[in-house]
Design a protein around this ligand. Structure first.
Ligand code: FES
Length: 154
């Protein structure tokens, strides 16, 4: 099947039941996306498919449209031109161990794509499926608000 991964056309030959997470990590070497629980309960594997945040551990390759656009943390911004959410994460020094954070950032970016002025309650609701064993939730909320402010000013 053909996929557009982080803006690049890629072709993979995989079984329909292979999770997108393994397509990305094992077939394409895109390892910014992480395996957490494997049952779509923690959010570490969050990526965007056609602009929507999805849990890649539970999305089968066969369920993707041919030519689907998949974006991971590597495609959100570059070291030279960070996405506003990535900038806010650095500004607020959000990460602790860091394992959950690419999923957190992808979830936050999807939220801000739909709503650039989320309330605290909307942030908490949007981020509630992304778990952080290090408890970085207050910094995540602050960084999302900071990114929202920058988007509104832009
Ligand atoms: Fe360690 Fe979130 S920063 S799990």
């Amino acid at each position: 099947m053909k996929l557009i991964v982080n803006g690049q056309a890629r072709e993979v030959d995989v079984e329909d039941d292979m999770p997108l997470l393994w397509v990305l990590r094992d077939e394409l070497g895109v390892t910014g996306v992480k395996y957490g629980c494997g049952i779509a309960q923690c959010g570490a594997c969050t990526v965007h498919v056609d602009g929507q945040a999805v849990r890649s551990c539970q999305m089968s390759a066969g369920s993707l449209e041919d030519g689907a656009e998949v974006t991971t943390i590597e495609g959100l911004g570059t070291p030279e031109a960070l996405n506003v959410v990535q900038e806010a994460w650095i500004e607020h020094q959000v990460a602790q161990c860091g394992y959950c954070q690419s999923g957190q950032i992808m979830q936050a970016a999807a939220l801000l794509e739909m709503n650039d002025a989320p309330t605290d309650a909307e942030i908490d609701a949007a981020m509630s499926g992304n778990l952080c064993r290090c408890g970085t939730y207050p910094r995540i909320r602050a960084a999302v608000k900071s990114a929202a402010t920058k988007l509104q000013e832009a």
